[in-house]
Write a new protein. Structure first.
Length: 276
């Protein structure tokens, strides 16, 4: 991914997991209306909140290969990573090619070689050139990968369900046109720097009553963890306090600092309390 901006990992999860996940999402795809807008598309269905729509989402979100890659690529820029998006897509026949874009551009500010985001597309149907498989533009990523015009020839991410299409937030990409006779489905799970505002409002998607059913690792990715120093707290404590059987009415604030900050403050406080 560092070299080209993307990679495709074939057969990363069993086909049975994908089929069970797809079955859980079938009624939601059926009920969801088409989107509106030249970016989202007029022949494309999208919906989020996947962690509460299927128990099989956790196997993809917490896949050890994917998590290790996301941590490796992002942790230099943050104290912890977070889930940025959990979205399902169904691109119908007649949908046009999506505008080539970089997902990191949802956040304003100067971009550099520090990546903001790692995205993973999991096909639920076979991805082919005809049904709109994602277009990926090699070497379009990073601080030096921003030509004025997109490269002329993308790589078409053709692969089977169970494969993972991974790309950086700075990698130019876009869905292809669906010129086939059937819709093609996929889900996207994205991981971002933990101090960024996520694309999906995690606390509305997964309020405490929902997140109590998550494993601790999944709950932390879904927003129930502080990002040191003290970001994302609830009454001065880690928001995971809301996931217990009961939550105290009144809480005392507790420092959540990086080690370097903790050390500096401890030295300062020792001097102050000593009366110097």
């Amino acid at each position: 991914m560092r070299e080209t901006g993307y990679c495709i990992v074939p057969d990363l999860v069993p086909r049975a997991t994908i089929e069970a996940f797809t079955a859980d999402l079938d009624p939601v795809f059926e009920a969801t209306p088409f989107g509106e807008g030249d970016f989202y598309g007029y022949r494309t269905k999208r919906f989020g909140s996947l962690l509460k729509r299927s128990l099989h989402a956790e196997a993809l979100v917490l896949d050890p290969v994917i998590l290790a890659a996301a941590e490796e690529l992002l942790r230099e820029g943050c104290d912890r990573i977070q889930l940025n998006v959990a979205q399902a897509l169904e691109i119908h026949p007649g949908e046009v090619r999506q505008f080539p874009h970089r997902d990191e551009d949802m956040w304003a500010g100067a971009k550099s070689d520090q990546e903001y985001l790692v995205n993973v597309i999991w096909p639920l149907d076979p991805f082919t050139e005809a049904n709109g498989a994602t277009h990926l533009y090699p070497h379009s990523h990073g601080g030096a990968g921003r030509p004025e015009a997109p490269p002329a020839t993308p790589v078409i991410a053709e692969c089977a369900p169970g494969s993972a299409i991974c790309f950086l937030g700075s990698t130019l990409h876009g869905a292809g046109a669906n010129r086939s006779a059937a819709p093609r489905r996929a889900v996207i799970f994205g991981y971002s720097l933990g101090w960024l505002k996520p694309y999906e409002n995690l606390w509305l998607a997964y309020p405490p009553a929902v997140a109590r059913g998550f494993s601790p690792e999944l709950a932390a990715l879904a927003g129930y963890a502080q990002h040191r120093p003290n970001l994302g707290n609830y009454e001065g404590q880690c928001p995971s306090v809301l996931l217990g059987e009961t939550t105290p009415t009144h809480l005392g604030a507790i420092d959540a600092l990086r080690p370097d900050q903790q050390s500096a403050l401890a030295d300062f406080a020792q001097i102050e309390r000593g009366g110097a």
